[in-house]
Ligand binder design. Sequence first.
Ligand SMILES: CCCCCCCC/C=C\CCCCCCCCCCCCC/C=C/C(=O)SCCNC(=O)CCNC(=O)[C@H](O)C(C)(C)COP(=O)(O)OP(=O)(O)OC[C@H]1O[C@@H](n2cnc3c(N)ncnc32)[C@H](O)[C@@H]1OP(=O)(O)O
Ligand SMILES: Cc1cc2nc3c(=O)[nH]c(=O)nc-3n(C[C@H](O)[C@H](O)[C@H](O)COP(=O)(O)OP(=O)(O)OC[C@H]3O[C@@H](n4cnc5c(N)ncnc54)[C@H](O)[C@@H]3O)c2cc1C
Length: 662
Amino acid sequence: MLNKSIMDGDNPDLTEERMKGAFDTDKMAAVIYGSEKFAIRRREITESISRIPQLADSKPFSFMTREEKISESCRKLSVLSEHWNQLIDTNNEEEALHLYREVLGLEGHAFSLHETMFIPSLVAQANDEQQEKWLGRAKRREIIGCYAQTEMGHGTNLRALETTATYYPSTQEFILHTPTETALKWWPGALGKSSNYAVVVADLVIRDTHYGAHPFMVQLRDEKTHNPLPGITVGDIGPKMAFNGADNGFLGFNQYKLPRDHMLMRHSRVEENGTYTKPPHAKIGYSSMVKVRSRMAMDQGLFMVSALVIAVRYSAVRRQGFLDDKSREVKVLDYQTQQHRLFPSIARAYAFIFCGFETIQLYDQLLIDVKNGDTSGMSDLHALTSGLKSVVTHQTGEGIEQARMACGGHGYSMASYISEIYGVAIGGCTYEGENMVMLLQLARYLVKSVELVKTGKSKELGPMMNYLAEPDTQIDLTSGPEAYVKVFQHAARRQVWKATDKFHQLMESGQSRDIAWNNSAVELTRASRLHTRLYIMETFIRRVSSISDVSIKKVLIDLVNVHVNYEVLDIGTYALEHVSSTQLDSIRSQLYSSLDTLRPNAVSLIDSFQISDMQLRSVLGRRDGHVYTNLFEWAKASPLNQTHVLPSVNQYLKPMMDKAKL
Ligand SMILES: CCCCCCCC/C=C\CCCCCCCCCCCCC/C=C/C(=O)SCCNC(=O)CCNC(=O)[C@H](O)C(C)(C)COP(=O)(O)OP(=O)(O)OC[C@H]1O[C@@H](n2cnc3c(N)ncnc32)[C@H](O)[C@@H]1OP(=O)(O)O
Ligand SMILES: Cc1cc2nc3c(=O)[nH]c(=O)nc-3n(C[C@H](O)[C@H](O)[C@H](O)COP(=O)(O)OP(=O)(O)OC[C@H]3O[C@@H](n4cnc5c(N)ncnc54)[C@H](O)[C@@H]3O)c2cc1C
């Protein structure tokens, strides 16, 4: 059996699709998740969870209030704490992430920031003594932490953060203070009600000199009573577009005293007498953000996959309209428009995940290098992850929204759960740096690279920048995916140079650097997007080329073909400067035929991610494909359907109608 999710009693339309798959989904899972060992571990963890009934949702999540969602995730966390060591290797971050996703889903919970930013901040920013004091406690979950940086008035511009940490040598203490309303910390996940500690980012002040944003370890709540400590104002910021299982919070300090050794001092130091030692790299304190950004291609890829699992399975079950055979309606997945809506997103999701593996490894390596005193890789990774987080979050949002529409009316119902996936994923366009701002960070790096080429210093170009120094060449589109990479290289190179030239010309015309930058910003962001999309395409092709299993490689090459044709058409206006309109027509034909080629493997390609029903939380996307029965059962469970006549009918509607009858 090639597709391992074939089960007796499943919807026959889905079974038929699974039988058509030309490759082994377990082998594909091993490629997706980086190794056979980890793919097996994922399945084992999922299996073990299913044997612990207390870890199941106590009722459908979509019918829960916000308070119920928060309480439910806390209940599950407490059950998990009894089983943690049996379920996973607690030192393995990917196993832990899988466990969290399976049990708690994506709507956030008390530990959302503890694992993703609080612990990573301690790992990267605390010195050995501080790690000795706090890291073990955090890892054992004796304390719950979050990352409190953003303020009501400033998130993007970290240099304008208003919260101060003023050092007094006389008492060897910092005083943390919130001087204005806009200085209130605002947004940090799990801050409002769950965390009793936070890494707080504040402007370090010593003898009236402001040294800028630095991280501090701050206790917020009493460990026995969980009440806020004196001098601390903390609470929840209210409901959000999604992610409502998390208590994003606000936080204010009123002259709150903090011992000197609570400033995280691996890289910068304040001595007892107030002497300040600056870090080896000015932006080393930003590492927790780089850590999360380096994970985002993977995480967003998985968000998109969840929506696609739902949409592709549903499209294989949903029958509507006719093609040749007028005796039976067709599966909507057979419509070319449906394939065009979904398959390029499947390709992107695979590509994002392959990129994600690369950037996670690059971050891990950087962490080691920085600990050994080598900060030279920081700019490269900052530039790469800034562009990548911006492009993947935007395209994931587009892909999920297409997946929703591909499910017609039922996609709009919370039974599909796609709107929740969309709401959570789209938050990524904003958190960890607003997308435009981060594209402009990459643009700084691109402009500098062009300046290196212009001044004859091409040898100093960073990784993946050499193409900026190469001349345009003739493109032979029949030579395979590499030719499409060339199209992207041409388009990105031209746009990067064009935006840089514009910026330079504006400065030469007398505009200040900042004004010239702002007047070139749209062109600069376009350059960053093209550069990043080139990186994604190259990584995808490189990864697929390295695969040895013939049947897996074959279907992934089909997927690469969908990707390269779709992407080049998607940048048609830029591509037209390098390929003719006749060539574009031929790319269009190739895209349609590649959709057709991929069609029989569509269900197996998304099944290969092996996302359990528990994690998916979608009635529409369940593995068994019994869409209509499941949908009706779900609607019957709605709290509104637990009584025939609602109190509001008796209280308002009936009297109103009765009055109208008089
Ligand atoms: C046991 C293990 C368990 C682990 C398990 C994990 C479990 C996980 C649990 C659950 C997961 C379940 C999965 C469910 C998924 C749920 C998903 C939802 C999760 C939600 C989480 C959301 C978390 C969000 C957190 C945040 O948002 S934190 C706040 C983020 N804020 C920002 O990003 C602010 C953006 N702003 C900036 O970064 C900066 O201000 C700036 C824009 C970069 C500008 O900085 P500035 O200092 O002003 O510098 P410039 O002058 O512009 O540039 C100067 C110079 O510096 C260079 N630079 C800048 N940054 C860096 C850097 N980081 N590194 C290197 N260099 C940098 C810049 O390039 C310039 O260089 P040049 O001068 O040379 O050009
Ligand atoms: C779900 C979620 C979770 C979050 N979790 C956390 C957390 O755990 N901890 C934490 O500290 N923070 C958190 N945040 C806050 C988040 O990091 C910030 O909202 C984010 O960095 C954007 O900053 P901002 O809100 O100041 O946006 P703004 O910068 O005010 O953005 C508004 C607009 O201004 C534009 N803009 C701003 N500056 C520039 C510029 N220089 N050039 C061009 N355009 C510009 C932006 O592009 C955008 O269009 C979270 C946010 C969300 C949505």
